[in-house]
Design a protein around this ligand. Sequence first.
Ligand code: FAD
Ligand code: N01
Length: 527
Amino acid sequence: MATEVDVVVVGAGFAGLRALHTLRGRGYRVAVLEAGDGIGGVWHWNRYPGARCDVRSHDYSYGFDPDLEQEWRWTERYATQPEILRYIDHVVERFDLARDVHLRTRVTRMVFADDGWDVETSAGTWRARFVVMATGQLSIPKDPELPGQDRYRGTVLHTARWPREGVDLTGQRVGVIGTGSSGTQLVPVVAEQAAHLTVFQRTPNFSIPATNAPVDDEEDAAVKAVYRERREAARNSPTGLSFPVVRQSALEVTPEERRRHYDEQWPTTGFGFLLSYRDLMLDERANDTVADYVRERIAAKVTKPELLPHLLPQGYPFGAKRPPVDSGYFETFNRDDVELVDVRDTPVTGFTERGLQTAEREIELDVVVFATGFDAMTGALLKPEIVGRDGQTLREAWAAGPRTYLGLQVAGFPNMFLVAGPGSPSLLSNVLLSIEQHVDWIADLLDAAAARGAGVVQVTPEAESGWVAHVNERAEATLYPRARSYYMGDDVPGKPRVFTPYVGGVRGYKRILERVVADDYDGFTMT
Ligand code: FAD
Ligand code: N01
C-alpha cells in the first residue's frame, strides 16, 4: 500500500528541508524521502578534513526567518562542515522537521499516472500529486574508475563519502587524486597529519585565498543590524553574494589602477574576487588581466620553481572552471613530505596491492583519497528512473542534455519541480539563496493552481524550447564554455557537452520569474 501525501520531496539537504517547512506551513501534507542515514545533504556527506563553505556563513544560511538569523551565531566567516551541520540540526529541531523526513529511503523509480506520481523507494511506495526534486547539484560522487582497486590492501576514501567517525591519517602515506575545491581544501590539512602526501593533479586550478577569520561580536552585530537589507541586496545582486556590484570594465582603467584594485580585492573577497570587474567572464582581454594576476600570486607562493609549470593554470579563462578558495594550498607543495604528480605527464594506470601505479613507477600508499568530484547538476536527477506522461523517461528527454523551463519544470513531466538545478543560476550563485527563491516560487505556483481548482501543472514544450535557447545564448556570450568543466558536462565521459546552469545572474533571473507570474504564469498550464 502506498503512503499518500500531497507532496513528496526527494532529498533532505538545505532544499528539501526548506521545501518541507514552507509547504507544510501552507497546509500541504509533505513527506521528505532521503537516501542517506542523516539529514543535511552535502553537509551530511562531505565530512572530509578542511570542508567548509566558500560563501560567507552569514549569507550561506536561510533567510526566511528573521528570528532564526538573529539567534544563530556563526563562529567563522566561512563555517566548517561540522558547524554547518549543527546549524542544519538546529533548524530541523526549531521547526520540528524530522518527523516528516524518511531516512534510508532512496527513490528508485517515479511514474506519472492519474494526475499524480507513484514514487518507488528502497523503503516502500508513496503516492503524491506533486514531487519536488531537491536531490542536489553535487550529490552523486564520481570515482576515477582505476583498474585493480579490489586488489589494493590499503584504504580508499571519497571526500563526499567521508566516514562519520573520521579517519586518523597520522603517520600514514596518503595519496589524493583531484585538485578541485574539495582537494584544494583537503590537501593542506592532510599534509599536516600524514607522514607523506602525494597529490595527483590533472588540471591546475586558479585558486583564491579563502580569507577566513573568526566572526567577532562586533562583526556579528554589524551584520545582524542590517540582515534584512543584506538579504535583499543579495537577492538583487548578480550572484546572490553580499558584495557591492562593480560596474566597471577591467579594460577601462590603467594597468596601475587595475593592479591596485586586484591587490585590494585579493586578500579580502574570497570567491567574490571573480566579481572584481564586470567583464571578467565576458571579455577575453579582461580575463587575461585577472588570469595573469592570479598566476603571479600563485607563483609567489611556491618556492620550488620546478613545480611552477605544473601548478600554474594555463589555457582556459580564470573562473570558467569553478575556482576553489584555499587556505595554504599552494604553500603545501613547499614541504619536503609533499609530492605533486602531474597525471597529464605521468598518468595513473591503476591500483597495485600496495598503492597506485603510474606510467613511471609504483607509489606505495596506505590511504588513497578520491577528491574527484561528482556527476554534477544532472546526476541525481537521472539516477532514478523517472517516467513522465506518455511513458517517456527523463533520460530520454535529456539524451542531448538537460532541458527545462526556467530550471523549474520539464515538458512532459507534469507536477514535478526541480530546485536549483539545470537551467537556473544554481552553482553560479549562492546556492542557498537560489534554493529559497525556487521553493517560495514553487509554493506560490501550487497555491495558484489550487486557487484555480487545477490539479495538474505543466510547462509547454514551446516555453521549454525558448528557455533552453535563451540559456544557451547567454552562455555562448561568456567565456564559460572555453574550459572543460562540470558546468559544461565535462565531468563525466560521454555526457552531452551543454552549458547547464543559467548565467543570466540572480537578479536577472528573479526579474524573469516575476514577469512570468505577472503574465499569468506564462509558459505554464494549469488544468
Ligand atoms: P544536497 O545538499 O546535495 O541534498 C540532496 C539530497 O538528496 C542528498 O542528501 C541526497 O542523498 C538526496 N538524494 C539524491 N538523490 C536521491 C534519491 N534518488 N532518493 C532519495 N534521496 C536522494 N554552494 C554554495 O552556494 N556555497 C558554498 O559554500 C558551497 N559549498 C559546498 C561545499 C561542498 C563540499 C559541496 C559538495 C557543495 C557546496 N555547495 C556550495 C553547493 C551545494 O550543493 C549547495 O550549496 C547546497 O548544499 C545544495 O543543497 P540541496 O539541498 O539542493 O542538495
Ligand atoms: O570536484 P571537482 P570537487 N583522474 O569536479 C579531478 C563544490 N565545493 O569535489 O579538473 C585524475 O571540482 C579533476 O580534474 P579535472 C564547488 O561547487 C565547494 O572538488 O577534471 N583526476 C578535478 O581536479 C565545487 O566546484 C567547496 O582535470 C581526476 C577534481 O578531480 C564542487 O563542489 C568545497 C579524475 C574534481 O574536482 C565540486 O568540487 C568542495 C581522474 N580520473 C566542493 N577525475 C567550497 O570550498 C576527476 N579528477 C565551498
